[in-house]
Write a protein that binds this ligand. Structure first.
Ligand SMILES: NC(=O)c1ccc[n+]([C@@H]2O[C@H](COP(=O)([O-])OP(=O)(O)OC[C@H]3O[C@@H](n4cnc5c(N)ncnc54)[C@H](O)[C@@H]3O)[C@@H](O)[C@H]2O)c1
Ligand SMILES: [Fe+2]
Length: 382
C-alpha cells in the first residue's frame, strides 16, 4: 500500500446499539433541549406499530413530533424541498430520520437544506459542491429500520433529480448524525424480500469496500468482520428471523457503511442505473449484479479474494468459490440470478452502460471499468 502519502480516517459516530436502544430517544431529546423535532420517515414505516409507539412515547414526554412521510422509494429533490417547507412552517428545531436508507437520506438532505438555500444540487459532492456546505445544520438523529444501507452512520444523502432520475450525492462531515439509535427490535418485522435485498446491499458494501483501491487497513478489517457476520446471519434473518440474526445484520450493515468511506466499486455502478432507469430497489440491484461484478474483479486480485473466501469459510480459497457462494446465497434468499428477472431488456443495455460509466462508485474499483466492460457485464447478467 502507499505508505508514502497521508490519508484521513474518520470513525466519529456515537452509536447506541442493542435491543431497546430506540427507547432512549425521548430522554436524549430532553437532555439536548430538543422539543420540536421533525420526524422523517416513509408512508409504510409511518403505519408500523413501533413507529406509532415511538411518537406516542415522545408525546408523553411533551415532545411535539411533526411527522413528514411524503417521500419516493428512490428519493427525489422535491421530497427534500417539501420536507424543508414543513420544517419551517411548523417551527422545528431538530430532525430525526426513522426508516430505511430512503427515509434517512431524505432526513439528512432536509437537514442540509434548512440553512443552505441554493439549488440542492449545487451541493453535489461530485461537482465539488461540498465546499458550499458552510453553515450549521440542525441537530440530526438517525434510527435505522432496515439493515442494509448503513446510511445512519454515513455523511451523505443520495437524492435523485425529479426529471432525469440521476442520483446525486450530497456530502459533508456536517451531515453526520449526532447520534444513532440502532435497535434490532425495529427490524424484526421486515418482510423477507426487503431483508434479502437490503442484506445483500450490506454485503456488497463490505465486499466492495474491502476491495476498493484506497489504502485503508482499518476499513478492511471492519469489512471482513462485516462479511463474516452476514455470512452467519442473512439466511436466518430472511427465512427464519430471530433477534440474533437481526442484530448481526444491523451491526454488519453499519460496518459496511463505515467501511465504504474507503470507496465502493463496479457493482454499485452497475446497480445505480437500474434504480434510475427502472426504479429497481437499490439492494436488489446490487444483489443481482454482485456475483458478476466480483467475477470481473478476480484477475489480479486473487490474494484479496483468498481472504474473502477464508472469511466465508469456503472449502476452496479462490475467487471462483466466492462467486459460486454468492449465486448460491442469492438462491437461498430468493434473489434472481438474472437481470431479465428484474425487468432489464436487451434494449436497455446501451443506456445502462452510459449511466454506469458516469457513476461515482467505480473509480474506486480495484481495476478500471470501461463502458465496454459495463456492456459485457450487463449482457452476461441478462
Ligand atoms: N446514504 C448512503 O450512504 C446510502 C447508501 C446506499 C443506499 N442509499 C439509498 O438508500 C435507499 C435504499 O434504502 P433501503 O435499502 O433501506 O430501502 P428503503 O428505505 O427503500 O426501505 C425498503 C422498504 O422497506 C420498508 N421498511 C423499512 N423499514 C421497515 C420495517 N422495519 N418493517 C417493515 N418494512 C420496513 C420501507 O417502507 C420500504 O418499502 C436508496 O434510495 C439508496 O439510494 C444510501
Ligand atoms: Fe449500497
Amino acid at each position: 500500500m502507499g505508505y508514502d502519502k497521508i490519508y484521513q480516517y474518520n470513525f466519529p459516530t456515537t452509536i447506541r446499539f442493542g435491543v431497546g436502544a430506540s427507547n432512549e430517544l425521548g430522554d436524549y431529546l430532553l437532555k439536548n433541549a430538543v422539543s420540536r423535532p421533525l420526524v422523517v420517515t416513509d408512508k409504510t414505516v409511518a403505519q408500523l406499530d413501533f413507529f406509532k409507539e415511538i411518537i406516542a412515547g415522545l408525546n408523553k414526554k411533551n415532545i411535539s413530533a411533526e411527522v413528514f412521510d411524503d417521500i419516493h422509494k428512490n428519493p427525489v429533490k422535491s421530497d427534500v424541498y417539501r420536507g424543508a417547507e414543513v420544517y419551517d412552517a411548523t417551527n422545528r428545531n431538530a430532525i430525526i430520520g426513522i426508516g430505511g436508507g430512503a427515509a434517512l437520506d431524505v432526513a439528512r438532505a432536509i437537514a442540509l437544506r434548512i440553512n443552505h438555500r441554493e439549488d440542492l444540487f449545487k451541493y453535489d459532492d461530485l461537482v465539488g459542491g461540498d465546499v458550499y456546505v458552510t453553515n450549521d445544520v440542525p441537530h440530526f438523529i438517525a434510527i435505522p429500520t432496515t439493515a442494509g444501507t448503513g446510511s445512519e452512520v454515513g455523511r451523505s444523502a443520495i437524492i435523485a433529480d425529479d426529471e432525469t432520475h440521476q442520483k446525486k450525492i450530497l456530502f459533508s462531515p456536517k451531515l453526520l448524525a449526532k447520534i444513532v439509535f440502532a435497535d434490532p427490535l425495529l427490524t424484526m418485522e421486515l418482510p423477507a424480500y426487503v431483508t434479502a435485498a437490503t442484506g445483500m446491499d450490506a454485503l456488497t458494501h463490505n465486499m466492495e469496500a474491502f476491495l476498493a483501491k484506497m489504502p485503508h487497513p482499518l476499513c478492511e478489517g471492519i469489512a471482513l468482520e462485516g462479511i463474516s457476520l452476514i455470512s452467519h446471519s442473512l439466511q436466518q434473518a430472511v427465512n427464519n428471523p430471530d433477534l440474533e440474526s437481526r442484530s448481526k445484520m444491523l451491526i454488519a450493515s453499519m460496518m459496511g457503511a463505515i467501511a465504504f468511506q474507503k470507496g465502493l466499486g463496479v457493482v454499485h455502478s452497475l446497480a445505480h442505473p437500474l434504480s434510475s432507469l427502472l426504479d429497481t430497489h437499490h439492494g436488489l440491484a446490487n444483489a443481482v449484479n454482485l456475483p458478476y461484478g466480483m467475477e470481473f474483479n478476480i484477475a489480479g486480485f486473487e490474494h484479496k479474494f483468498r481472504r474473502i473466501a477464508r472469511t466465508l469459510e469456503l472449502k476452496e480459497e479462490t475467487g471462483k468459490a466466492v462467486v459460486e457462494y454468492l449465486f448460491d446465497l442469492n438462491s437461498k434468499i430468493n434473489i434472481p440470478h438474472k437481470l431479465g428477472d428484474v425487468g432489464v431488456r436487451q434494449e436497455h443495455i446501451e443506456t445502462l452502460a452510459d449511466l454506469a460509466v458516469e457513476d461515482f462508485a467505480h473509480p474506486n474499483n480495484p481495476k478500471p471499468v470501461t463502458k465496454e466492460d459495463f456492456k459485457n457485464l450487463y449482457s452476461r447478467a441478462l
